[in-house]
Ligand binder design. Sequence first.
Ligand code: AP5
Ligand code: MG
Length: 210
Amino acid sequence: MNLILLGAPGAGKGTQAEVISSNLNIPQISTGNILREAVKNGTEYGLKAKAAMDAGDLVSDDVVIGILKDRIARDDCKNGFILDGFPRTVPQAEALDNMGVQIDKVLEIHVEDETIKSRLSGRRVCEDCGATYHIEFNPTKTEGKCDKCGGNAVQRKDDAPETVIERLKTYHEKTAPLKDYYEKQGKLETVVGQDTVEATSKLVLKAVGA
Ligand code: AP5
Ligand code: MG
């Protein structure tokens, strides 16, 4: 199954992508994670992406489309994949269509802006393996240390409250129009993600037929 997860920053795309990935045994492809890795490694496109990411803005379509193209060409995508954070603009969605990539379903995780602000201010991410936590809803066993690898669990730079406001603005302006785009293709399904992770996972797994 080729699946797109759509939703505002902090809606739980990454969290639910992991759940789907382990249930359906298909890879999670997060353009945000790929970009953060590139920033960390100081690669050419990492350097280009950093300023936009830190400001809560989008990285340019051509950079992200290039990354995505390379990633889905890899062997592990043969039986399907979950796109987490791509597409994020209409031109990105059109690029996917023009590549001839068949999308089976677009799942929107709908969460209100106010809930998002509290989720993102409490999020902690492992610097080494990328595992995600929340100081209240999903805390690490030892404060500040990743349960999985022992790395430092820190706040993402773009989770600062003023940057979250910018990211939400960017989402509503540039990404939310994709709901219409995929509704017209008959592929959109919306689940409400306001409840706990477990409750949302049930809805999500049902929607993808797992
Ligand atoms: P990206 O990393 O994709 O960030 P995002 O879309 O802003 O989404 P997040 O990762 O913040 O949220 P999420 O929905 O994955 O939520 P999570 O599961 O972590 O992108 C970062 C930047 O990269 C962008 O701003 C842009 O600059 C650039 N970029 C990336 N892709 C791009 C593209 N295609 N084009 C252009 N630029 C691009 O959950 C959030 C928190 O809430 C966690 O702490 C979690 O534990 C907690 N939580 C989750 N679900 C629940 C629940 N049900 N109840 C309680 N807590 C919950
Ligand atoms: Mg994420």
